[in-house]
Design a protein around this ligand. Structure first.
Ligand code: SF4
Length: 288
């Protein structure tokens, strides 16, 4: 049996940065460290941080101390939350990925220039929730192709003549291109439309490599959080070409599934630590 592990599998730059800085902050041992929501979408990483003393909360009102540290997750949060934390004099460690921050800046810039903003992504995803807070009042979130006409209805009834299209960093590149094409086909030439592909390189490269791997193996194993958007996309891509399974770690993996399988590909989401990928690889390899 041949096992191929994707070169782009595992922690991306933004996740690595968030986890490392968070660990350094805990080591200071001076005050309680809280994190709003999951720092990154991976249970093993979160459990490790909990063991080291990080308290995960869903609302800053849960912080009762006057002096505490608040860590902001890699996907970012609603800007009002950061304002409230600063007003309370909390020590804010903003670990929003710089690439997500760049999208916030683009949204703010075009909002000031009187653009209607179409955000392509998952409406409930923490990153989109945060980005929406930088879009002013004139925006619409498109999750799928079937929402294009509804988005354009809101755009056209707003009376605005400028349209900005941006996307969640972890959105599928193929879907993004398709939605942009549909939008452009529906609009007449009097509309000033600016499209910015804000899908991050790490996501794009990982998705491309996943497709390449999936095309050449009999089974793809995707390792990552089941609540991770970028991991789920890797699974969807794999499924389109071969047999695929999504597991959070090696314990969830039944290696009997791969009896008589000649070639297996392993890919992992951006929040999956290297050790977990390695455990999965070992478990399958030991089966030989
Ligand atoms: S996937 Fe991209 S945008 Fe998201 S945290 Fe990683 S580097 Fe940043």
């Amino acid at each position: 049996m041949e096992v191929l592990v994707g070169k782009k599998a595992g922690f991306c730059f933004g996740v690595n940065r968030a986890v490392e800085i968070c660990l350094n902050e805990i080591n200071k041992n001076d005050k309680t460290t809280y994190c709003l929501g999951e720092l990154v979408h991976n249970k093993d990483v979160i459990n490790n941080l909990k063991e080291k003393g990080v308290i995960f909360i869903s609302n800053i009102d849960e912080i009762k101390e006057e002096s505490a540290r608040l860590v902001i997750r890699a996907h970012g949060v609603d800007k009002e939350i950061i304002n409230q934390a600063k007003e309370r004099d909390l020590d804010v460690i903003d670990l929003t990925c710089p690439l997500v921050k760049k999208i916030h800046d683009i949204a703010e810039e075009y909002c000031k220039k009187d653009f209607f903003i179409i955000l392509i992504g998952n409406n409930e995803h923490p990153e989109i929730v945060g980005t929406k807070s930088h879009c002013g009042k004139n925006y619409f979130v498109i999750e799928d192709e079937d929402k294009v006409l509804e988005a354009l209805y809101y755009f056209q009834t707003s009376g605005i003549k400028n349209l900005l299209v941006i996307s969640q960093t972890t959105f599928s590149l193929n879907k993004f291109d398709k939605i942009v094409k549909d939008i452009e086909e529906e609009l007449d030439s009097s509309i000033n439309i600016i499209v910015k592909n804000t899908i991050c390189n790490a996501t794009e490269e990982r998705q491309k490599e996943t497709e390449e791997l999936a095309r050449q193996v009999d089974y793809m194993i995707i390792v990552g959080g089941k609540n991770s958007s970028n991991t789920k996309k890797l699974f969807e891509i794999s499924e389109a070409y071969t047999n695929a399974i999504l597991v959070e770690n090696s314990k969830e993996l039944d290696s009997n599934l791969f009896i008589n399988t000649e070639k297996i590909g392993i890919m992992a989401g951006a929040s999956t630590p290297f050790e977990i990928i390695e455990e999965v690889r070992k478990k399958i390899s030991e089966k030989e």
